[in-house]
Ligand binder design. Sequence first.
Ligand code: URA
Length: 239
Amino acid sequence: MERLQKVIAQSGYCSRRKAEELIEQGKVQVNGEVISELGTKVNYDDEISIMGNVINVKEDKVYYLLNKPRGIITSTTDEKKRKTVVDLIGTTKRIYPVGRLDYDTTGALLLTNDGELTNILIHPRHNIEKFYIAKVNGIPTKEELQKLSNGIKIDGFKTSPAKVKLRKMDKKNNISVIDIVIHEGKNHQIKKMFEAIGYEVIKLRRERFAFLDVKDLKSGEYRELTVKEVKQLYSLNNK
Ligand code: URA
């Protein structure tokens, strides 16, 4: 929510001062209702008209890369009032996560208010790479890992080829750590893929989304993308 005069000024219609005058003169309507009180808060999707003309409210686009901590839900709101990934970002803009990481999954998550870019990034046609590191119970055999990399049936759908590599094995504790790169984003995909070969994922981290990694961000830290990075993400549309 933002103050009405600020939103009008941001649209480029007039200055904030002039907007305040127009509001006080009863010339501004929000969703068809005259609003003459200064400081009324509006949303960027409210319809604002001035003397009968609807103005084009444009919110600046913002892009954040978050190193998502464990125990936070990937959503904009939560009915149980739990903290969401959006609450971790210091902005008043209406951002949302691009895709999803489970409550207990950590790592790279993009948040933005740019719907056009979001659609590009989540479209399966664009094959965006997602690199995960999974800690699993047990030590899968080469053949089992090969099944993951060939593609495996989960929920009646066959996953596309993945890059899979055993990073570490701890025979004593019967635990292994596996690198896996996938291009899709089905719900709980990595956990279900391992389940399909008989292993449980006990820790999951997304190390990289497209070319964006979170090596320089501590858990819960975030940064804005650079203009160059945003352009680079848009260019994935042409690949
Ligand atoms: N796959 C999963 O199982 N969980 C995630 O959070 C992301 C990918």
